[in-house]
Design a protein around this ligand. Structure first.
Ligand SMILES: Nc1nc2c(c(=O)[nH]1)N[C@H]1C(S)=C(S)[C@@H](COP(=O)(O)OP(=O)(O)OC[C@H]3O[C@@H](n4cnc5c(=O)[nH]c(N)nc54)[C@H](O)[C@@H]3O)O[C@H]1N2
Ligand SMILES: Nc1nc2c(c(=O)[nH]1)N[C@H]1C(S)=C(S)[C@@H](COP(=O)(O)OP(=O)(O)OC[C@H]3O[C@@H](n4cnc5c(=O)[nH]c(N)nc54)[C@H](O)[C@@H]3O)O[C@H]1N2
Ligand code: SF4
Ligand SMILES: [Mo]
Length: 706
C-alpha cells in the first residue's frame, strides 16, 4: 500500500547548450525542455569546472526572451518614411530578392566596397556570427574592423605579454589574494566571483577590487580602491614604485623574464604614491597597503577586466596593471599571475566558414566603432573609397550601442542608404531599416561557442523548433549567396553541422556528434605555458615594460588601409599615466562612465519584462555633495551633455564614487529616454591610440537640473 507516498515529479527533459551572449563567461547550460518548442528554466551546468552550476539571473529566465510576444516573426519591408515604423509583410523569397537586387544596384553604381556587412557578437556562435564574412569576401564588400569591445584591452595586454592567454581562471581558487581590476564581475561575468569567493572560503584569500564606483563587486571586497576614471596607470606605477622601494620586487625573475627592469625602476622613481594620489584621488596609505599586499603575497591573481580599458588611455592602463605581476614575479606561483582573456588559445580553423581564401587584400576595412562618421561620409572614415550605400546588419544594434549616436542615426536615415537588419526584435536599429528579417534564437539553431573568459569550446545544438517565420543567420547568408552569384564558392552550400565538423576536426577535437555527448572540450594550456614560464609571447621571450606601441602584432591590429590609429605619438615609453582622456574642464566639470546594468546585456534583455522591472528607469549616479552644490535632489531630472549632444536622466544620489564622477548604468533603448536618444549620444567615435576601440567610459560632460 503506497498511496501515501508522494508522486515523483514528472521528469523534465534537459538539453545541453552554451550561452550565446557577448559575455566572457560563455556558460555551459542545462535547459529544461518541458514540451515541443518550449523551454523552462535554464541552469548552469554543474559538471563544467568553470561554470560550476552558476549562471546569471537574466539567462536563467530565458523563456521570457524565447517566448516573448514581441519577437519578429515575418520579413518586413518599409512602407512609410525611414524610421516611421510602418511596414509591409513580405515572404522570405521576396524580401531576400529585394535585398540582393538593392546590393547589386549599389555595387553597379559605386563598386563593391559601397556594401558594408556590419555584424557583432549578439550571438557568439562562430557559424551564425562569422558566416557573414564569407559573403563579404566572396563579393569584395568593405571589410569590418570589429573594434568596439576588445581592442583597447587586448592591445594593452599584447604589448606586455605578447600572447593573449593567461593563468587558468579556475586557479584563482588557489590564490591568497585576488585583484579584480576594472571588471564588475558580479554583474558582467558572475563566474569570476564563483572562483574568487572559493579562494576566500577555502584559503582565507583577500579580495581587492579596483574600480571607479562602489558597485556590486566592490561589496565583496576586503580592500576597495575607488579611483578616478582613466587613472589606473598612475595607480599601477605607484604600486611598482613601492615594490622597488621596499625590496618587494623579484629581481631574479625580472632579470630572467623581462626586457628592461633597470629602465623601469629608474622611470618609476618619480611615480611616488603622493604623485598617484593626486591623479587617482586615492590616499597614499591605501596605495601603499595595496602594494605591500601584492608584494608580500606571492599567490596574487590579477583578474584584469575590460571596463578600465574603455578610456582613451585604456591600452596604456591595461599594460601598466599587467606589469605589476612581472615585477613581483607572481607568475611563478600556482594561483599567481594574471588573466584577461584566453581568446588567443581558443582558436578554431574558421577559414572555410569565413571564406578567407576569397579575401582580396586590396579591399578596404571600415571601423566598427566609427559607424557614425562612416555613414556621414567623413573622409577620414572612408579611407578614400566610395560612400557606404548598402548594409546588412546581423547581431548588433548600432543605432543604440555605437558611439556618437546622433551621427549614427543621421547616417541610417540617409535616403541613399539601403539597410537590411536581421534581428530578433524591432530594435533601435531595425526600426531605421528598409528591410527587417526575423532571426532565430540560439536554442533554435546549431552552433559552437568559445569563451574568452575561460577555456572551453562548447556545443550549442538546436534544441527546439523556432516559431514559424524566423530563420538563421546561416540561412540568410546562404540565400543571399545564391542570389548574388557566389553560391559555388568554397564554404558555401554547407550546413551548420558540416562547418562545425570541419572546425572541430581540424583541431583534433572530434565532431558535432561527439560533442552532443561530451558537450565541451577544455583547452586550457599547461601550467608552464599559461604562466609564461617558458617565456612570454615575444620573439625574445621577455615581458615588455617598453612596448612597441605601433609595431606589436595583436589579435585586433588594424588592417593595412588603417595603420595605427589615434594620437600614437603621445603613448609613453614605460608604464605611465597619460592624459589622453577627456579631462574635465570648466565647461564640462564631470566625468561620465556608462557602466553595464546587471539585468541587461548591452542592448539585449532590455525587452524582457523582469529585466525592465529590475532596472527601473535610466538613472545617473551623482555624488551627494555635487548634487547639493547643483541644487539636485534624489530623483530629480538632470541633463548631462557635451558638444556631441545631451541626455536627460533621473539623479540617484550615491556616495560611492569620487566627486566629479557620474555614472549612467546600462545601455537603455533610445526610446526609454525622454527625447528618444540614448546615452551614446554623449560618447565619442574618435579612435583611441594605438589600435582603435571605443572609450565609452571616458566622457566629459556638464550636469544641470533639467
Ligand atoms: N549584466 C551585463 N553583463 C555583461 C554586459 C552587460 O552590459 N551587462 N556586457 C558584456 C560585454 S559585451 C562585455 S565586453 C563585458 C564587459 O565586462 P567588464 O570587463 O566588467 O567591463 P565593463 O562592464 O565595461 O566595466 C567594468 C567596470 O569597470 C569600471 N570602470 C570604468 N572605467 C574605469 C576606469 O577607468 N578604471 C577602473 N578601474 N574601472 C573602470 C566600470 O564602472 C565597471 O564597474 O561584460 C559582458 N557582460
Ligand atoms: N555607452 C556604452 N556603449 C557600449 C558599451 C558600454 O559599456 N557603454 N559596451 C560596448 C560593448 S563592450 C559592446 S560588445 C557593444 C555590444 O553591442 P551589440 O553588438 O549591439 O550587443 P548585443 O546587445 O549583445 O546584441 C545586439 C543584437 O543582436 C541580436 N541577436 C542575438 N542573437 C542573434 C542571432 O542569432 N541572429 C541575429 N540576426 N541577431 C541576433 C540581439 O537581438 C540584439 O539586438 O556595445 C558597446 N557599446
Ligand atoms: S553569466 Fe554571461 S555567459 Fe553566463 S549565462 Fe549569464 S550572460 Fe551567459
Ligand atoms: Mo563587449
Amino acid at each position: 500500500m503506497n498511496q501515501h507516498l508522494p508522486l515523483a515529479p514528472a521528469k523534465v527533459r534537459i538539453g545541453h547548450s552554451a550561452c550565446p551572449h557577448d559575455c566572457p563567461s560563455t556558460c555551459a547550460l542545462d535547459v529544461e525542455l518541458p514540451g515541443p518548442g518550449t523551454i523552462g528554466r535554464i541552469h548552469g551546468a554543474r559538471d563544467n569546472s568553470y561554470t560550476a552550476g552558476v549562471i546569471c539571473a537574466k539567462v536563467a529566465r530565458y523563456s521570457e526572451r524565447v517566448h516573448h510576444p514581441d519577437r519578429l516573426l515575418k520579413p518586413l519591408v518599409r512602407k512609410g518614411g525611414k524610421g516611421e515604423d510602418q511596414w509591409l509583410e513580405a515572404s522570405w523569397e521576396a524580401a531576400l530578392d529585394l535585398v540582393a537586387e538593392r546590393f547589386e544596384a549599389a555595387e553597379a553604381r559605386h563598386g563593391s566596397e559601397t556594401v558594408w556587412p556590419y555584424f557583432y557578437a549578439g550571438t557568439m556562435g562562430l557559424v551564425q556570427r562569422d558566416g557573414i564574412e564569407r559573403l563579404r569576401h566572396a563579393k569584395k564588400y568593405s571589410g569590418f574592423f570589429g573594434s568596439i569591445c576588445t581592442n583597447l584591452a587586448w592591445t594593452g595586454w599584447m604589448m606586455g605579454a605578447g600572447a593573449l592567454r593567461g593563468v587558468d581562471p579556475r586557479e584563482m581558487a588557489k590564490s591568497d589574494c585576488v585583484v579584480i581590476w576594472g571588471t564588475n564581475g558580479v554583474v558582467t561575468q558572475i563566474n569570476v566571483m564563483t572562483h574568487a569567493v572559493r579562494a576566500r572560503k577555502e584559503r582565507g584569500a583577500k579580495i581587492v577590487v579596483v574600480d571607479i564606483y562602489d558597485n556590486a563587486t566592490m561589496k565583496q571586497a576586503d580592500m576597495a580602491l575607488i579611483l578616478r576614471p582613466g587613472t589606473d596607470g598612475a595607480l599601477a606605477c605607484a604600486v611598482m614604485h613601492v615594490l622597488f622601494r621596499e625590496g618587494l620586487a623579484d629581481r631574479q625573475y625580472l632579470a630572467r623574464y623581462t626586457d628592461d627592469p633597470q629602465g623601469l625602476e629608474a622611470h618609476l622613481e618619480s611615480r611616488t604614491p603622493q604623485w598617484a594620489a593626486e591623479i587617482t584621488g586615492l590616499v597614499v596609505a591605501d596605495i601603499e597597503a595595496f602594494a605591500r599586499l601584492v608584494g608580500t603575497t606571492k599567490r596574487t591573481f590579477f583578474r584584469l577586466g575590460y571596463g578600465f580599458s574603455r578610456q582613451r588611455n585604456g591600452s596604456v592602463n591595461m599594460h601598466a596593471a599587467l606589469s605589476i605581476p612581472a615585477v613581483t614575479g607572481a607568475w611563478q606561483h600556482e594561483g599567481g599571475g594574471a588573466f584577461h582573456s584566453n581568446s588567443g588559445v581558443l582558436t578554431l580553423d574558421t577559414r572555410l566558414l569565413e571564406g578567407t581564401r576569397l579575401r582580396d587584400p586590396e579591399i578596404r576595412y571600415l571601423d566598427h566603432s566609427r559607424i557614425g562618421p562612416v555613414l556621414m561620409s567623413h573622409q577620414d572614415a572612408l579611407f578614400g573609397g566610395p560612400p557606404v550605400t548598402a548594409m546588412l546588419v546581423q547581431n548588433t544594434n548600432p543605432a543604440n550601442v555605437a558611439p556618437e549616436q546622433r551621427l549614427v542615426r543621421q547616417g541610417l536615415l540617409r535616403d541613399d542608404l539601403f539597410t537590411c537588419v536581421h534581428e530578433q526584435f524591432m530594435t533601435d536599429t531595425a526600426v531605421l531599416a528598409d528591410v527587417v528579417l526575423p532571426a532565430t534564437m540560439f536554442l533554435e539553431h546549431d552552433d559552437i561557442y568559445k569563451g574568452g573568459g575561460n577555456q572551453h569550446v562548447t556545443l550549442g545544438p538546436k534544441l527546439i523548433d523556432p516559431p514559424p517565420g524566423p530563420r538563421t543567420n546561416h540561412f540568410v547568408i546562404e540565400e543571399l549567396g545564391k542570389r548574388l552569384g557566389v553560391a559555388d564558392r568554397p564554404g558555401f552550400g554547407m550546413t551548420e553541422r558540416e562547418h562545425i565538423d570541419i572546425m572541430l576536426g581540424r583541431k583534433g577535437l572530434g565532431d558535432f556528434a561527439a560533442f552532443e555527448e561530451q558537450r565541451w572540450a577544455d583547452l586550457q594550456p599547461p601550467f608552464e605555458e599559461a604562466h609564461f614560464l617558458d617565456g612570454f609571447g615575444h620573439a625574445d621571450g621577455k615581458y615588455r615594460f617598453r612596448p612597441d606601441w605601433t609595431g606589436q602584432a595583436a589579435p585586433n591590429r588594424p588592417p593595412r588601409n588603417m595603420g595605427p590609429l589615434g594620437p600614437v605619438g603621445r603613448l609613453p615609453t614605460y608604464p605611465d599615466h597619460v592624459e589622453l582622456i577627456e579631462a574635465a574642464d570648466a565647461e564640462h566639470p564631470f566625468r561620465l562612465a556608462t557602466s553595464p546594468a546587471r539585468s541587461f546585456l548591452n542592448s539585449s534583455f532590455t525587452e524582457t519584462p523582469s529585466s525592465r522591472r529590475r532596472e527601473g528607469r535610466p538613472e545617473l549616479l551623482v555624488h551627494p555633495e555635487d548634487a547639493l552644490q547643483l541644487g539636485v535632489r534624489d530623483g530629480d531630472r538632470v541633463e548631462i551633455g557635451n558638444r556631441r549632444g545631451e541626455v536627460v536622466l533621473h539623479a540617484r544620489l550615491f556616495a560611492g564614487l569620487k566627486r566629479g564622477v557620474v555614472i549612467a548604468e546600462g545601455i537603455w533603448p533610445n526610446s526609454a529616454h525622454e527625447r528618444g536618444e540614448g546615452i551614446n549620444v554623449l560618447t565619442g567615435a574618435d579612435a583611441p591610440a594605438p589600435y582603435g576601440g571605443a572609450a565609452v567610459h571616458d566622457n566629459k560632460v556638464w550636469l544641470r537640473p533639467a
